[in-house]
Design a protein. Structure first.
Lengths: 223, 362
């Protein structure tokens, strides 16, 4: 069972978050302050941390920073009442993976945790698997039923991103952004060409499809 | 306090008198010098020390008396033309300090006082009027906030009570619990908006201007509502020009699109359509957000940008009447324009027009 550490100084909120995570099938451990959380982390392995920012003693920033110093991989999700951009930026700079503003929707929290854990798994194994389709980021190759499907680097990167976040629509700019520093005037439309090629290469794959979201972008949908 | 005041009055009286004395003696000395020297030259009169001494004594007494006379006349004149209006103004200012914004200073006769005081009195009255209207807004705002807060609180309280009943059926329990969740979410949304609006209204905002792709921002904002339109089966139509770069504050503009989109989805029923379009020319970028929702009458349309105004008085659709006030405030800060076209049953179209490069950067 995946273990989640919940650091939140409000007893009631801590309890409800833990209960909700239990219902979603995780093992949640709650602690009320940073010091307690450090002890917990020394004592056992955790797969994800949910933390408040404003806490007595060690605050969330400090806590996240010291966790990052010893563990670069563990996903950290901040839940906080502060919704200004500066606080968010500070969090993301420290290396926090997601940020939710209080009052948080418990359902959304468990969805986000699911997505974070999924991404952490992809990041750790550097592999995305969808039914009989497998993408290996180290080899930069894609397999369908164990057979290699030839792809260019850019096609691979676009598909890898789409499959890492299934059902999430990416705009053309987002799909292109991280992959190449092409001239931004024409590049967004160039993504259309890559998608067309990808689709024709994947006609035999029935585990997912790349859907066009009208005028906005593309997403991968599992079948 | 009073003794202090009297002392100050006496000191200033003495200083006034000395000034007048110096002034009068200077004038009279000059006149006499001129008079005497002319007289002695034309008539050949020689002046001896004795006559001079007597004349000097007499003149000195004369100077003392004349200075006193001037001083008193000046005092009376000032009492009448300065102290009277000053007293009225200070009294009115004191009442304003005590929170009475209805006070107005009566104008003083045109010729009875200096022109300066008429200007001050006019300004003062204007200020009192402005303060009064701000005060009304504030009281209204507090009344609205407390009403809007108490409603969801009452809902939560009631459902909480209902939930305590033993032998509640599972269906009812679920329903009541959902009631609590919905009400608390409404309250939370409202608090968030109030805080945002407060930040926008009470602080000097310096928009962080940077160049970005407006079309991309619109797409990304719109995609946040993907779940909603899929669930509600709302059709999306976009006509967004490529490469519309603007220089503006991206975060502030994001507030505008988020509010307009969430309104559009809130009021559009299943099977409806939301259209987002971006057009541009050299100076302006125009964004149109159109829905096929319930629409509104022109009377409602005229008020939608006011705080806590809700067209739908039944509150059947969730909202807190602050979203569009926020939008308007941001558009004002960014020196843009916003317009609305709507008719009941015909849907609503919001049009936002912003400069691609702000005035001050041109």
């Amino acid at each position: 069972m995946l273990k989640i550490l919940v650091v939140e100084d409000d007893r009631e909120l801590n309890r409800t978050v833990c209960t909700c995570l239990h219902h979603s099938g995780y093992e949640a451990v709650g602690c009320l302050n940073g010091a307690e959380a450090y002890d917990m982390l020394y004592a056992g392995m955790f797969d994800l941390i949910v933390s408040d920012i404003m806490m007595p003693g060690v605050d969330g920033y400090e806590f996240a920073q010291s966790v990052r110093e010893v563990n670069e991989e563990i996903p950290i999700l901040f839940m906080t009442a502060r919704d200004d951009i500066a606080s968010k930026q500070r969090g993301f700079r420290i290396g926090v993976d997601d940020y939710m503003v209080k009052p948080i929707d418990l359902e959304e929290l468990s969805l986000r945790i699911g997505a974070l854990l999924r991404r952490a798994k992809i990041a750790a194994s550097r592999k995305v698997e969808t039914g009989s389709f497998l993408m290996d980021a180290d080899e930069h190759t894609a397999y369908l039923n164990g057979e290699e499907i030839p792809m260019t680097n850019r096609e691979f990167s676009i598909l890898y991103k789409l499959l890492s976040y299934p059902k999430k629509t990416f705009t053309r700019t987002q799909l292109m952004d991280e992959f190449w520093d092409a001239d931004t005037e024409t590049a967004p439309r160039a993504v259309d060409v890559y998608i067309t090629k990808l689709r024709s290469k994947l006609t035999d794959c029935h585990d997912f499809e790349i859907v066009t979201v009208h005028g906005l972008g593309y997403k991968a949908v599992m079948r | 306090m009073n003794g202090e005041k009297r002392k100050r009055l006496i000191v200033s009286g003495i200083i006034d008198y000395l000034i007048f004395f110096a002034f009068v003696s200077f004038m009279i000395t000059c006149c006499i010098m001129l008079f005497v020297s002319t007289l002695s030259r034309t008539l050949g009169v020689t002046l001896t020390g004795d006559n001079l001494e007597e004349a000097a004594k007499l003149t000195f007494v004369n100077v003392v008396f004349l200075s006193l006379l001037f001083c008193i006349v000046d005092l009376i004149r000032r009492r009448w033309t300065v102290s009277r209006p000053v007293r009225r103004i200070t009294e009115a200012a004191e009442r304003i300090c005590q929170g009475d914004f209805s006070v107005r200073i009566e104008p003083i006769g045109r010729f009875a006082t200096d022109e300066t005081f008429h200007t001050i009195i006019d300004c003062f009255n204007q200020m009192a009027q402005e303060l009064a209207s701000v005060e009304t807004l504030r009281t209204d705002f507090i009344a609205n906030v407390s009403h809007e807060m108490k409603t969801p609180l009452a809902v939560m309280q009631n459902y909480g009570t209902l939930l305590q009943a033993p032998e509640l059926s599972d269906v009812k329990r679920m329903e009541y619990a959902r009631g609590v969740t919905d009400a608390s979410r409404r309250l939370a949304d409202m608090m968030t908006n109030i805080l945002k609006l407060n930040r926008l209204e009470n602080q000097q905002i310096y928009p962080k201007t940077a160049e970005f792709d407006l079309g991309e921002q619109l797409c990304e904002c719109l995609l946040q509502y993907e779940n909603i339109w899929e669930k509600a089966e709302i059709e999306i139509d976009t006509d967004i020009e490529d490469n519309v770069k603007v220089k503006a504050d991206e975060e502030l503009l994001g507030l505008v699109w988020n509010n307009l989109f969430s309104n559009a989805f809130k009021f559009t029923k299943a099977g409806g359509k939301v259209t987002v379009a971006l057009l541009s020319d050299e100076t302006y970028a125009t964004v149109r957000v159109q829905d096929t929702g319930c629409g509104m009458t022109p009377e409602v349309g005229a008020h939608i940008f006011e705080k806590f105004y809700q067209g739908d008085t039944s509150h059947s659709v969730q909202g807190n009447g602050l979203g569009l006030a926020l939008v308007k405030r941001v558009i004002d800060i960014l020196q843009g324009e916003i317009g609305v076209e709507s008719a009941p049953g015909k849907g609503t179209t919001f049009t936002v027009k912003i400069r691609r490069v702000p005035y001050e950067l041109e």
